[in-house]
Design a protein around this ligand. Structure first.
Ligand code: GLY
Length: 425
């Protein structure tokens, strides 16, 4: 089976790795890919957000199944164009991608379909922002409606800071069109976890649980990032919890999509906050696997990934089950010094043998320079993953593996998984 993966980050490297382990005979392609993915798949130059270009690329390579990694091509309609041309596509239509592409749409969808979430106001001018903020107390949660590459959500300690961000979005176009509508919502305290689910549009099934570390610095301090590390599964997430998430969030989401006439074949990423009283609040949807969550969830996933994705695209997910994970994975993101703000690129990376049975190095911000040397090309450079029978061992393997990799000004958090290992929620 010829499979095309769209995207070129750590998530797509983990997806390519998961496909490569299938018992189905696969030929993997990727656009644009990266030097790590190139060891598993033929990488093609191209823009996944250009639907007609992707259709030509897939047709000329005899592709049968396409896995869309990031959200932007989904929002741009690439999945629609490929599906209309008869390809099997894992990734929702443009209409389904609004669950991630518009925070206003997703909050209204949750509200309409009785999915637990915090109360919110949608604002298009400063007066309405002021009113919405005055109804609430600090910390204030302010979000841009549209996609903002992880830079559109703000948690602010004072009313002044909050109104300042609103002004920057609405009047100074800080985030361009993404900030034309501002979502102001109640702050929810608790413990956050990511639940990733696969759906063929009729059946929905969960992947192993995971927890991301979004802040740049140890102790959950510093700026928000795309994610600095993750682990899977989460020790306090059991089958009962997953059943509750399925009943209260995932199944109502699928039913709501049906009711609203929105077809959806792909991934539903539910960012869940568990409140101190145990009740759930859905923070956000994404319509793709998380990054770096995919880099720890897929290595412990005990199904046949290609078989499962094929079943999703053919509408036969009900015929497939997979067991709970037996292994644990912990991934640490090695980033360029300065990320998520300014950082240098083009720095040589020294990395000996990359993969073994108990550790993987997934590439993201890497490229080969003109001399064929591996250099940095982005903020999040590598995710280094340890796999073992316990979370502690997985952590030890990941941090030991990281010692054998170096590049100038590299930075990584030293506390990935520590809270869970101490028994804290
Ligand atoms: N790690 C967060 C995300 O993928 O959105």
């Amino acid at each position: 089976m010829r499979i095309m993966i769209l995207g070129g980050g750590g998530r797509e490297h983990a997806v390519a790795h998961a496909f490569s382990k299938s018992k189905i005979d696969t030929e993997l392609h990727c656009c644009p890919g990266n030097p790590g993915i190139a060891k598993l798949a033929k990488c093609h130059i191209g823009d996944p957000c250009n639907p007609s270009e992707m259709l030509t690329l897939c047709k000329s390579n005899g592709i049968e199944l396409v896995f869309v990694g990031p959200e932007a091509p989904l929002v741009a309609g690439t999945a629609d164009a490929l599906r209309e041309a008869g390809l099997l596509v894992m990734g929702p239509s443009m209409s389904g991608a609004r669950l991630e592409g518009s925070k206003a749409f997703s909050k209204q969808f949750m509200d309409k379909h009785g999915i637990p979430t915090s109360s919110f106001d949608l604002c298009t001018d400063i007066d309405s922002c002021r009113k919405a903020l005055k109804k609430r107390t600090a910390p204030f949660v302010v979000k841009a409606d549209g996609l903002a590459a992880g830079k559109g959500a703000f948690l602010l300690d004072t009313f002044e800071e909050a109104i300042n961000i609103c002004t920057m979005m609405l009047d100074d176009f800080l985030l361009g069109t993404a900030g034309r509508v501002v979502v102001i919502e109640d702050f929810v305290a608790g413990q956050e976890t990511t639940v990733l689910a696969l759906t063929d549009g009729k059946t929905i099934r969960v992947l192993p649980s995971s927890q991301d570390h979004k802040r740049a610095l140890d102790g959950d301090k510093g700026d928000n990032t795309g994610g600095m590390g993750a682990y899977s599964p989460v020790p306090w997430v059991d089958d009962t919890f997953m059943k509750k998430v399925t009943e209260e969030v995932l199944q109502p989401t699928l039913d709501g999509l049906h009711e609203d006439g929105i077809p959806f074949c792909g991934v539903i990423y539910a960012g869940i906050m568990v409140k101190p009283n145990g009740s759930l609040s859905l923070l956000e949807y994404n319509v793709r696997l998380g990054d770096p969550e995919a880099q720890v969830v897929l290595p412990v996933f005990d199904g046949d990934f290609a078989e499962v994705i094929l079943a999703c695209t053919k509408g036969t997910l009900d015929s497939i089950q997979w067991p709970s994970p037996k292994q644990h994975a912990l991934g640490v993101v090695m980033s360029s010094g300065g990320y998520p703000n300014q950082y240098q690129t083009g720095i040589e990376i020294t990395c000996t043998e990359e993969n073994s049975s108990d550790s993987y190095v997934y590439h993201a911000g890497t490229k080969l320079n003109d001399n064929g040397t591996l250099v940095t090309s982005g903020g999040r450079v590598l995710t280094v993953v340890g796999i073992a029978e316990t979370l502690q061992k997985a952590r030890d393997i990941a941090y030991k593996r990281i010692e054998s990799i170096s590049f100038d000004k590299s930075y990584y958090r030293r506390d990935i998984g520590d809270k869970s290992l101490k028994g804290d929620k």
